[in-house]
Design a binder for this molecule. Structure first.
Ligand code: NCD
Length: 382
């Protein structure tokens, strides 16, 4: 067995925000457009008049009103998806282009299905079979889709900042195209953060999911936090909700630099001095009395060094199992954004256990939440 290299102490005291961080990508505030008129074929109680964001690139600057608008809108679409005819004509005539420069199963498919359920036309791009193999640049690729009349670009790329760069170019051109970040490097994955939020809030109040429902809940995020864009987006939404967020990972996957980054950003955003974010190099304090546990995949494709002695030891120390869940509240639930490496970050039996696992319902929520996001961006365009 590999040598144990991880520290056993806790990282950072409660509420200490003493580090400085250089952001992973320079982020500019999202440009605003005039409030969207209410859409002609929208399901009931759609709060578009509270929405004025033109691109969705990050959750770091989302407001409580925006979170609640997404949650309410997604709940309405969840209702549409439960009907016999699961389609509304809301985005008829609009074009949604899925520009996936990096592989994806659920995010790409659920954006495509969401667009189709809204009656938009969809274009799917996969880098490996595109003209990028002949040397075409990212921006030229985006402009090609623009020339075909694309209204919303859903962008995934292995480099942080690519969706921001495409959004900046669209704004420079003044063409009114919205960009939705579907995961950029280890920066952010806002639609995943929002679907996780929706999954949690609808579990507590299916009829009226709202941000405040998570206030005071203890949520553990466990695993490869350093390389996780999902963790970064979830941290912003969960802190905004008033939940207590506990990050747990070995120090190689949760370095002090990460604490610096979060602390700095929270300071910039003027979050209350009440300590809400805790970092642990041990699993147990994070799991103790937790209401929810979010597990994360080891993102080997983003690792630039050998960061773990062995997968077996990692599973022993940080893998989530039914036995370890005994430390949590009795009705604890487990989330995972997928794809899962069974037996590494989560045991295979726990993953398939409907008593604890929310993994399938996250995927289901993904369609309603992405319908909500496309609707909120697109309803002002027609
Ligand atoms: C995540 C991603 O791609 O960032 N998955 C997802 O979008 N559902 C997490 C991961 O790859 O581990």
């Amino acid at each position: 067995m590999g040598k144990r290299i991880w520290g056993q102490g806790e990282l950072g005291a409660r509420g200490k925000t003493c580090f400085k961080f250089s952001p992973l990508v320079p982020l500019s505030p999202c440009p605003l457009v005039s409030p969207a008129p209410s859409a002609p074929h929208s399901p009931k109680s759609m709060p578009t008049n509270t929405w004025n964001r033109h691109h969705i690139l990050s959750l770091a600057d989302f407001t409580t009103t925006e979170y609640d608008t997404v949650l309410q809108t997604a709940a309405s679409f969840q209702e549409v998806l439960s009907r016999r005819t699961k389609k509304v004509p809301t985005l008829q005539g609009q074009v949604v282009a899925n520009l996936f420069f990096e592989s994806s199963t659920r995010t790409r498919s659920s954006f495509e299905l969401a667009a189709k359920r809204l009656s938009a036309d969809t274009l799917n791009f996969a880098a490996a079979t595109s003209s990028m193999t002949k040397g075409e640049t990212i921006l030229d690729t985006a402009k090609t889709y623009l020339a075909m009349g694309t209204d919303i670009m859903v962008v995934r790329h292995r480099e942080a900042g690519v969706p921001n760069a495409i959004a900046a170019e669209m704004d420079r051109l003044g063409v009114g195209v919205s960009v939705l970040n579907a995961g950029d490097g280890q920066h952010e994955h806002p639609s995943q953060g929002l679907l996780d939020l929706f999954t949690l809030c609808t579990l507590i109040d299916p009829a009226s999911p709202r941000l405040e429902l998570l206030k005071g809940k203890k949520i553990a995020i466990v695993g490869d936090i350093l390389h996780s864009r999902v963790a970064r987006s979830n941290i912003w939404s969960l802190i905004a909700s008033g939940a207590e967020v506990h990050l747990a990972a070995p120090p190689t996957l949760l370095p002090k630099l990460f604490a610096e980054y979060i602390s700095e950003e929270l300071g910039v955003r003027n979050y209350s001095p009440t300590p809400q974010l805790f970092l642990h190099w041990q699993l147990e304090p994070a799991l103790q009395n937790a209401d929810f546990v979010m597990t994360l995949r080891l993102q080997k494709e983003r690792m630039t060094a050998h960061l773990l002695p062995s997968l077996r030891e990692y599973h022993q120390l940080f893998g989530i199992t039914r036995t370890k869940l005994q430390l949590c509240k009795p009705n604890v639930k487990v989330l995972h954004p997928g794809p899962v490496n069974r037996g590494v970050e989560i045991s295979s039996e726990l993953m398939d256990d409907p008593e604890f696992s929310l993994i399938q319902s996250q995927v289901t929520s993904g369609v309603a939440v992405r319908m909500a996001l496309l609707y909120l961006l697109g309803s002002g365009k027609t």
